[in-house]
Design a binder for this molecule. Structure first.
Ligand SMILES: Nc1ncnc2c1ncn2[C@@H]1O[C@H](COP(=O)(O)OP(=O)(O)O)[C@@H](O)[C@H]1O
Ligand SMILES: [Mg+2]
Length: 255
C-alpha cells in the first residue's frame, strides 16, 4: 500500500532549483532512505511534505489524498511528523515539556488534552531511553541525548509517517549502529519512516530502498546495495576522479 506519493514536485528559491520534477513512492512499513550531497534538496523535500514551504509544480499525496494545500498543523494531525536538523529553541524547558508539545501537536492527543499528552510523552521518552532525563532542561542534554529527544518529540505525535532529517550526523560508528537499531525498532511499532542522511553507511544499513537526489534531481532509486554502488551516485558524492570499483568500501572510508 502506498503511504506517500511525491509526484513531479518542483521547488525554486529565486534562481536556485532546489527540487526539479522529483517523483517517488513510499510504501507503508518501508524504511525509505533519501540521500544526496549537501545542497541536494533533501531538507527542502521534508519542508514540502510537511507543508512548511509551498511549491509551484507537482503534488504530494498522503494516504491517497493530496496534502498540497494543507497547513503544517493539519499535516501533523493527519499523521506525518518530522525531526528538525536545526535544534529547537526551547532549551530552558524540560525534556518532558518539549515532548509534550509534540504530543499536543500530533495526530491523537490534541483533543484529549494535557494528561493524555503527558502519558504519551512519557512513553516516548521511555522508548527512546530518556525516562531518567525527563525533568532536565534540554540545554543540559548531550548531543546523542538531543537526537534521541528529537525522535521522542516526533514519536509523541503518534505519526503514521516519520521523517528523520540527518538524525545520525555527527555520530561515531558505534552510535550509528545504535541509531539504526532504534529506527528499525520504531518501524516495528508500525511507523513508516523516511530517513534523510548524508552518511551513506547509515543509509546502507537502515534502508529497504534508497532515493538519491543530486542538484535537486532524483538521479536513481533502488535497493541500497545496488544504488550505493551506482556510478552516478559515486560521482555525485566523490567527484569523477574516483573509480566505481570497490565503491562502497571507498565511500565508507570517506565518511
Ligand atoms: N529557504 C531557502 N531560501 C533560499 N534557498 C534555499 C532555502 N532552503 C534551501 N535553499 C537552497 O536550496 C538548495 C537545497 O537545500 P537543502 O534542501 O537544504 O539541501 P540538503 O538538505 O540536501 O543539504 C540549496 O542550494 C539551498 O541553498
Ligand atoms: Mg539538509
Amino acid at each position: 500500500m502506498k503511504i506517500l506519493e511525491v509526484i513531479g514536485v518542483t521547488k525554486r528559491f529565486g534562481r536556485v532549483m532546489a527540487l526539479k520534477d522529483v517523483s517517488f513512492t513510499h510504501f507503508e512499513g518501508e524504511i525509505l532512505g533519501v540521500i544526496g550531497p549537501s545542497g541536494a534538496g533533501k531538507t527542502t523535500l521534508v519542508n514540502l511534505i510537511t507543508g512548511s514551504l509551498s511549491y509551484s509544480n507537482g503534488d504530494i499525496r498522503f494516504g491517497g489524498g493530496s496534502i498540497r494545500d494543507l497547513k503544517p498543523h493539519q499535516i501533523g494531525q493527519l499523521g506525518i511528523s518530522r525531526t528538525f536538523q536545526v535544534k529547537p529553541p526551547l532549551t530552558k524547558m524540560s525534556a518532558l515539556e518539549n515532548v509534550m508539545m509534540g504530543a499536543l501537536f500530533g495526530r491523537t492527543e490534541r483533543r484529549r488534552g494535557g494528561r493524555a499528552a503527558r502519558r504519551r510523552a512519557e512513553e516516548a521518552l521511555d522508548f527512546l531511553g530518556l525516562a531518567g532525563k525527563k525533568d532536565i532542561p534540554i540545554e543540559r542534554l548531550n548531543g546523542l541525548e538531543r537526537k534521541r529527544l528529537e525522535m521522542a518529540i516526533a514519536m509523541a505525535m503518534n505519526p503514521k509517517l516519520l521523517l528523520l532529517d540527518e538524525v545520525m550526523s555527527g555520530l561515531n560508528p558505534t552510535e550509528i549502529d545504535v541509531g539504526v537499531a532504534l529506527i528499525k525498532e520504531v518501524r516495528d511499532t508500525g511507523v513508516t519512516i523516511l530517513v534523510i542522511e548524508h552518511v551513506m553507511k547509515a543509509i546502507a544499513k537502515v534502508s529497504d530502498r534508497v532515493v538519491v537526489l543530486h542538484h535537486g534531481e532524483k538521479i536513481t532509486e533502488g535497493p541500497p546495495e545496488i544504488v550505493l554502488n551506482d556510478r552516478q551516485v559515486i560521482d555525485a558524492y566523490l567527484g569523477k576522479r574516483y573509480k566505481a570499483t570497490a565503491a562502497l568500501s571507498k565511500t565508507e572510508k570517506i565518511i
